[in-house]
Write a protein that binds this ligand. Structure first.
Ligand code: SF4
Length: 695
């Protein structure tokens, strides 16, 4: 970029799309974001140096869009949303929440935080829910992505997070097992690191029902049957133990309960694994040998492991496999859940926007923890576990949740079986939505509050490797739009709480006092030293590049093997719905598409939803490439273009998650949940396909 251009500003910041956490400079002029250029300070860009992906480089039209919400909206007696002043809108919000609380109690209220917002904003959102509204019901969309990862890793290793670093560990592993992750399209810069290392000789083993792009680079790709992952992972463990390839010294010195896992995996003979998961014995054996004999292995996964009715069991099995082979707590190895949203690790977890955890993953039912928070906040937080996102909708339909405050989320498109979520949103007596655009969810709102996007605010995001990094403000929010932390603070004050944060830095100072894993983090330090990886317990703590090098996060310092149970998907193919649908992402779009569907350059690449169909399936059904088809499940139907491709196996179809209207895939998915984490089973639904035309 030509730095001499007059009136052009360059702002160091962290990407607002995915959790890889690339750093770059936003280029802006006259309060418009023009694009991104490499950082001036590569030492503070450890993940990406000078590179970014297509979204990070060009995906900013949305910020300048004429569609941005610039003034609050309040629903009038005529049933329509009308422009209002901030005073009118906030008065309505306060009246709405207070009257429900008076008549039905605080637990008739719920709030959703946002993995897109900063740590500071999400921290305030959960504090607002717990101390101002007084409700136990606070959750966020991480419920829908890695809640099963968090549940499983907390039980086995102690922290519900990635154990290692992107560059030094994932970029340097001797071998990889990647499963249920379309890494190239969902985490582009991270996948480049992996591919570069594979090019230099590392082994890459990919198990996935869909031959995703990264599988093209694999030394071994194994197609699996959707929904039977515990079978092949337990099968790998069985083979490794039976052939004495496990790391006995590590198991002996650093773990507990190995015998329970040894017994559990006994039935998973190669023949049984083939029967259940469709993995041929020779493929299982080859993968087991690669994993067991490598010097260091990184286990990488994403939604393909977690979004199942037994997602927690899947991740338990992966953690067991990592422990059996001694691949945790050393360089070049580790467990790597690839997180999705830019700040899902921080805002969606660390900040306590969870029904069971206060900031720093502190237990809401522990009286000592509650004493500490009461001391810090001046108000005692509720001492019960609150409702999870899907439960909020069920309780809304039952009339038990009456008021909902949604910040930066679009549940009317992201929930499974959206028709059901729509019904619940329509039933809710009072809904407040804070967002940067009107979305499918604002259609149901009583009050809409216009917020700021990441280029318009300061704060921090925590990336997938637990690295807390600064976000810089490049532009001002358009019109009357305001930063989320200011809106929440204003509401708290109007509801009688004396909040007076001067800026996001002072909010981080408070976070450091209540969340010990952030104890040494401050904006000043991040500005001087660059990002810091938690746990970072005090001002002298340099942070923790990889976890568990000496001990696991339990009192005795030992990891726990937890045997994983195999289970069937909640819905199996039937005569009426004989195909298996799986959902996912494409490179050019982001989640429900609220941002990227507004960027012409991205829409030029992929402008509408589609269904990928294997050639054999297509031939049987008379579906042609480019033709339109109807995809139906027991819950609803969509009409999309067919893409005939070898990527899915015969009998399996794939639809991306980013589109609305007739392309909204969550019309098809169902409400089946993992019993531990509450994650919905997006990855397995039964459908049928009917050709409409030849395109
Ligand atoms: Fe942003 Fe992720 Fe792309 Fe990096 S890889 S530029 S963090 S979207």
């Amino acid at each position: 970029a030509d730095r001499r251009l007059k009136g052009v500003d360059f702002t160091e910041t962290t990407c607002g799309f995915c959790a890889v956490g690339c750093r770059f400079q936003l280029v802006s002029k006259d309060d418009e974001v023009l694009g991104a250029v490499p950082t001036d300070d590569p030492d503070h860009a450890p993940v990406n140096d000078f590179s970014t992906c297509v979204k990070g480089k060009f995906g900013y039209e949305f910020a300048n869009s004429d569609d941005r919400l610039t003034t609050p909206l309040v629903r009038g007696d005529d049933g329509e949303l009308h422009e209002a002043t901030w005073d009118e809108a906030l008065t309505r919000v306060v009246e709405g929440f207070e009257s429900i609380r008076e008549e039905s109690g605080a637990d008739a209220l719920a709030a959703f935080a946002s993995s897109k917002c900063t740590n500071e904003e999400d921290y305030l959102m959960q504090k607002f829910a717990r101390t101002v509204l007084g409700t136990k019901n606070i959750d966020n969309c991480a419920r829908l992505c890695h809640s099963s990862t968090v549940a499983a890793l907390k039980q086995t290793l102690g922290f519900g997070a990635m154990s290692n670093r992107i560059n030094e560990d994932i970029g340097e592993a001797d071998a990889y097992l990647i499963t249920g992750s379309n890494t190239t399209e969902s985490h582009p810069v991270l996948s480049t690191r992996i591919k570069r290392n594979v090019h230099d000789g590392a082994d890459l083993v990919v198990f996935d029902p869909r031959k995703v792009e990264i599988a093209e680079h694999a030394s071994q790709y194994v197609r699996t049957k959707p929904g039977y992952d515990v079978a092949w992972i337990n099968g790998l463990i069985r083979y490794i133990v039976a052939n004495d390839l496990h790391d006995e010294a590590f198991i002996e010195e650093r773990t507990r309960n190995f015998e329970e896992v040894r017994e559990k995996v006994e039935p998973f003979t190669p023949e049984e694994v083939e029967r259940l998961a469709g993995v041929p014995p020779e493929e299982l054996e080859r993968a087991a040998e690669t994993i067991a004999t490598a010097d260091s292995v990184v286990f990488g996964w994403a939604m393909g492991m977690t979004q199942h009715s037994h997602g927690t069991q899947n991740v338990l099995a992966l953690a067991d496999l990592a422990l059996v082979t001694g691949n945790v707590g050393k360089p070049g190895a580790g467990v790597s859940p690839f997180r999705g949203h830019n700040n899902v690790q921080g805002g969606g977890g660390d900040m306590g926007t969870l029904p069971n955890n206060l900031p720093g993953y502190r237990d809401v039912t522990d009286p000592d923890v509650l004493d500490e928070f009461e001391e810090a906040w001046g108000v005692r937080p509720p001492d019960e576990v609150g409702l999870k996102v899907p439960e909020v909708f069920t309780e809304a339909l039952a009339g038990n949740v009456e008021g909902l405050y949604v910040m930066g989320e679009n549940p009317a498109l992201s929930e499974p079986d959206v028709s059901h979520a729509e019904e619940a949103l329509a039933e809710l007596p009072f809904l407040v939505v804070q967002d940067i655009f009107e979305t499918e969810t604002t259609e149901y709102a009583d009050v809409v509050l216009p917020a700021a996007t990441f280029s318009e605010k300061e704060g921090t995001f925590t990336n997938t490797e637990r690295r807390v990094q600064l976000v810089g403000q490049a532009t001002t929010p358009p019109g009357g739009a305001r930063q989320d932390w200011r809106i929440i603070q204003d509401l708290a004050r109007r509801m009688g709480h004396d909040w007076s944060y001067a800026d996001p830095a002072s909010i981080m100072d408070e976070i450091a006092t209540v969340a010990p894993i952030y104890g040494g983090i401050s904006h000043d330090r991040l500005r001087e030293e660059g990002g810091l990886q938690w746990p970072c317990r005090d001002a002298d703590d340099p942070g923790t590049p990889y976890l568990y090098d000496e001990e696991f996060n339990f009192d005795d310092g030992r990891a726990r093997f937890v045997p994983a149970d195999t289970g069937e998907p909640g819905e199996l193919p039937s005569e009426e719905y004989p195909l298996t649908l799986t959902t996912g992402r494409v490179l050019y779009h982001w989640h429900t598409g609220t941002l990227t569907r507004r960027v012409e350059g991205l829409m030029d690449h992929v402008g509408e939803a589609f269904v990928e169909v294997n050639p054999a399936t297509a031939e049987r059904l008379g579906v042609v490439d480019g033709g339109r088809v109807r995809v139906e499940s027991a819950r609803g139907a969509i009409e999309v273009r067919a893409e005939v491709s070898e990527r899915p196996g015969d009998g399996v179809v794939f639809v991306p998650m980013h589109f609305a209207a007739e392309g909204a895939v969550n019309r098809l998915t169902g409400e089946r949940f993992d019993p531990t984490s509450g994650i919905p089973e997006y990855k397995v639904s039964s459908v049928r396909l009917t050709p409409i035309d030849d395109g």
